[in-house]
Design a protein around this ligand. Sequence first.
Ligand code: SF4
Length: 392
Amino acid sequence: MQNTEVKSKRPRKVCDICKSARPAIKRPKTGQMVCKECFYYVFEEEIHQTIIQGNLFKENERVAIGASGGKDSTVLAYVMNLLNKRHNYKLDLVLLSIDEGITGYRDDSLETVKRNARQYNLPLKIVSYKELYGWSMDEIVKEAGNKNNCTFCGVLRRQALDRGAVMLGSKHILTGHNADDIAETVLMNILRGDVPRLQRCTFITTGNDSMIKRSKPFKYTYEKEIVMYAHYKKLDYFSTECIYAPNAFRGNARVFLKDLEKVRSTAIMDIINSGESYENKSNNNIPSNKICERCGYMSSNKICKACVLLEGLNKGLPSLGIKKSKKARSNPKVVKDGESKEIKVKNFQELTKEENCQMEYEVENPNSGNNSQNEKLVSSVNTMKRKLQNID
Ligand code: SF4
């Protein structure tokens, strides 16, 4: 009896934001105890603030969301679609996926992206390495071994995304890089002594001076919160790791960052802020933007890295562009007559929007279902706003 009385006097725990609902989540970013509804709202609105402060978009812009089917890009597509309607950004959003040709990984994750396209009613375009370059990642690994696969893959993906964006008539790609990714990259650049990239890797938008720019709306969003959001919202995403994923160096930076976070909870934001405030006064090491003489893509040399790597693959010299060229050429694989591939990569400067761009998923009726969705959205936002106003 006494126990029950003591229990009933204990104050009921309430959400740190709305002060009424039961808290369900401890926010990794702030340590606040919040209810699910408030978590969703602050998570989404912080991204909106990042977008507004970074001045990311222009009205009526066609924006391609890089979609891999993983948690980051799935949450990005979901939240961008939601904020576009809630705040009337007037963006023409499309999903853009790259098929690297990795059996047992990318083929499965692309199925997730196709479902996402239908769930969010966003058009989807998939471009493949095989169709662009004549090589799939499976073939590259077979030819070059599985040591430098991420070097090939990363260089080819960067171009593939830009090429896909041009086909879609978009000059702006969004990627799902989150705060943890950016802090890891800052650490990696410090460890490599890559001073010119130290500040650049923290920019929210890059490529302002090129044909296609890239932005990271999740720049200040913690990975743990993205996982929580995807989990509580029951979003459909793919969580298997790539079968060729050694990436030991980033893995080390990740483990180091997690250790730092245990002793200093603000480590992620502190590292990003350090990168942002770093100022490189010497311009000596900043590579100048040129155009690749072979494929017309941006390059810091006469021939871009992708063309060098592809030349190596086509000639049976897969180490070309990876090892010092003399060493690479000293041990060429013998390419028999008729085995040498001569795939002509289309000139990037000559690419134009494909009027009949073949899409994996087309939005059949852009307005169907949107009215009731919008009404629900507006009413839930108003309820949340009222709740938050009542706090004061
Ligand atoms: Fe490509 Fe490496 Fe990523 Fe796999 S882990 S998708 S090979 S970059």
